[in-house]
Design a protein around this ligand. Structure first.
Ligand code: OXD
Ligand code: MN
Length: 595
């Protein structure tokens, strides 16, 4: 081991894990630039990474074709009773799961280095932050953690001084026998992958996958699954939300937190450049918000991460110029295609189709190839500080006061562009019944409609019914200081399957309406599902959209909404006696309004 660890809990844990996993060496990370570069040099030498000639200090990794996304079927919330994890989570009894996983962990790091990664979620030393220590045998995890979290010797100093931490154990599950040649992306087969969480003891055990969401344990595992359970116990919120600051032409600031499922445009909205003149948007976070009630009685949000792990395909100077500028240098790309002159490429990056590429599987690719050159869930990892629109307050430990919550999903039909909740309870009902078509961020079928309450289905570390109740309780505590709640759908299509709304920078028009609602500058019309903009209130100036398309985009078809009800009934019924009474009332009222 390269350094002495003074924190007793940590040194005992390191010994225990080393005895179980049997690595060749142990290396304690300090988070320095030198460490990052020397790790990258090793990854280049081993052939795991490719240096991009055209993009300064940037690297391309290609994963095993089976290890490209989160594995929800292999993700577990292991609580003392099944009921505590609830019907939206996979559950195995903790003793049984630990027994199985100990069997897998035994000797799993043979021939490898065990990295000890001390990290902070949130600014180091801030009262809202949490310290984690990830033990991993993946150098790819180390370099990504350097960007996505605050890995630092300062965290180790806090640990040395006795601070507690959340242990996050990770192994790719691919030991090397003496003399065995390593592969480019070692991992375990799907059936022995386990992404396990023990929220009652703040513990994470991940095995078998190197993919970001399964392996960078500060993100989904600590930042959402464990944090949501802690937040419930302590009375705050850990949410799958972007955070942005919108400033109107008069200089009034609004802070918005928005929950959309994975690969549904959170990064694009967080980095939006408003098409409306005089409006300014600044990014605070693109994936996770931790929110606490401040001394002023308002809900304050921080982004606990320090980087973006964004979906590359579809990102371009048209759709998200700010992301394109964020990823000009110092980037880790995963599963993108490689151009002949040494840059990355993905579907939707620009109009030009290169004559030749190396695809994400490492094979030659030409426009005649019938396959995607980049995997649809190809990713970029880039530091938040590189974002040209990063808000100056993004690391403010006080957080920013949230004015507006947005829920939404990807729905080709039924759901209008925007509607507003009648009340906090109704807003919780909108979040609780949110539905979206699945994307390639998850292993499995793409395009299946599923209820994804608050975009937290894969990330809530406890019973979803109790989570709904927690939101209701937070609303009671916030009273008239609670943020207003809206629901959006950027993805509605016409009969020919064409998107009705241009999206991206034009989403600022919808945000403007929300801000005007907050300031009571505009009214709204009642519909059975919520409040809709009055004709003319949505600022469409300079936008080429026909009145017919606009009508279709905003339409609320009673028959279509009635057809949603059996699915909502089943979704709520699955929560049994944990479903809060007031959500039953909300559903009853919706049924009445639909007639
Ligand atoms: C992500 C996800 O990577 O939600 O953020 O899958
Ligand atoms: Mn996400």
């Amino acid at each position: 081991m390269n350094s002495t660890v003074k924190n007793k809990k940590l040194s005992n844990w390191i010994k225990e894990v080393a005895a179980m996993c049997q690595p060749d060496t142990i290396y304690v990370c300090d988070g320095s630039r030198e460490e990052y570069h020397s790790m990258m040099a090793k990854l280049l030498a081993s052939g795991s990474a490719t240096l991009l000639k055209k993009r300064p200090r940037s690297y391309l990794f290609r994963s095993d074709p089976s290890d490209v996304a989160r594995v929800e079927d292999r993700t577990f919330i292991s609580t003392s009773s099944k009921d505590k994890a609830g019907p939206t989570n996979n559950w195995v009894d903790p003793a049984e799961l630990k027994e199985t996983m100990k069997g897998l962990y035994k000797g799993c790091m043979k021939g490898r280095t065990m990295y000890v990664i001390p990290f902070s979620m949130g600014p180091i030393g801030s009262p809202i932050s949490k310290i984690g220590v990830e033990i991993s045998d993946s150098p790819y995890v180390v370099v990504n953690m350097h960007i996505m979290t605050r890995v630092s010797s300062r965290v180790m100093e806090l640990l040395d001084a006795g601070e507690d931490f959340i242990p996050c154990l990770h192994s790719i599950g691919a030991p090397l026998a003496p003399g065995q040649q390593d592969v480019q992306w070692p991992c375990a087969p799907i059936e022995s992958k386990y992404i396990s969480h023990f929220p009652e003891e703040n513990l994470i055990w991940s095995y078998g996958s190197g993919y970001g969401g399964n392996a960078l344990l500060g993100k989904k595992s600590l930042g959402l699954r464990i944090a949501s359970a802690i937040a419930k116990r302590e009375g705050w919120l850990a949410e799958h939300m972007l955070i942005l600051r919108l400033t109107n032409p008069e200089g009034r600031q609004y802070h918005i937190a928005a929950a959309f499922p994975s690969a549904c445009g959170k990064t694009n909205l967080a980095m939006m450049r408003p098409s409306l003149k005089g409006w300014k948007c600044e990014c605070i976070g693109d994936d996770i918000a931790w929110m606490k009630i401040g001394a002023d009685g308002r809900l304050h949000a921080i982004n606990p991460e320090s980087g973006f792990f964004g979906v590359a395909p579809g990102t371009s100077y048209d759709t998200n110029p700010v992301a394109m500028d964020t990823i000009k240098e110092n980037v880790i790309f995963t599963n993108c295609a490689l151009t002949d002159d040494g840059d990355v490429w993905w579907e939707g990056i620009n109009e030009d189709l290169p004559a030749h590429l190396i695809d994400w599987k490492g094979h030659d690719w030409t426009p005649e190839s019938r396959t995607d050159a980049a995997h649809p869930n190809a990713r970029f990892t880039a530091a938040a500080s590189q974002c040209p629109t990063i808000c100056k307050d993004w690391e403010n430990p006080e957080g920013v006061p949230i004015d507006i919550f947005i829920f939404g999903g990807r729905r080709g039909s039924v759901v209008p562009l925007v509607h507003e909740a009648f009340s906090w309870e109704h807003g919780v009902f909108l979040g609780a019944t949110a539905a979206s078509e699945t994307t390639s961020a998850i292993i499995g079928a793409v395009g299946n409609l599923r209820r994804d309450p608050f975009a937290m289905k894969p990330f809530c570390g406890y019973n979803m019914g109790d989570y709904f109740q927690h939101w209701l309780t937070m609303g009671e505590r916030l009273g008239n200081k609670a943020p207003r709640i809206f629901y959006v759908n950027w993805f509605r299509k016409d009969q020919d399957g064409k998107f009705l709304w241009p999206g991206f920078s034009d989403n600022s028009r919808v945000l403007k309406w929300m801000c005007e609602r907050v300031d009571a500058r505009v009214g709204a019309q009642k519909s059975p599902i919520g409040l809709l903009p009055l004709e003319g209130d949505l600022d469409l100036s300079g936008l080429a959209i026909s009145p017919e398309d606009m009508k279709e985009l905003m339409s609320v078809n009673t028959a279509e909404w009635k057809a949603e009800l059996p699915d909502i009934d089943a979704h709520f019924a699955s929560l049994e006696n944990r479903l809060p009474e007031s959500l039953k009332i909300q559903l009853r009222d919706l049924k009445k309004r639909l007639g």
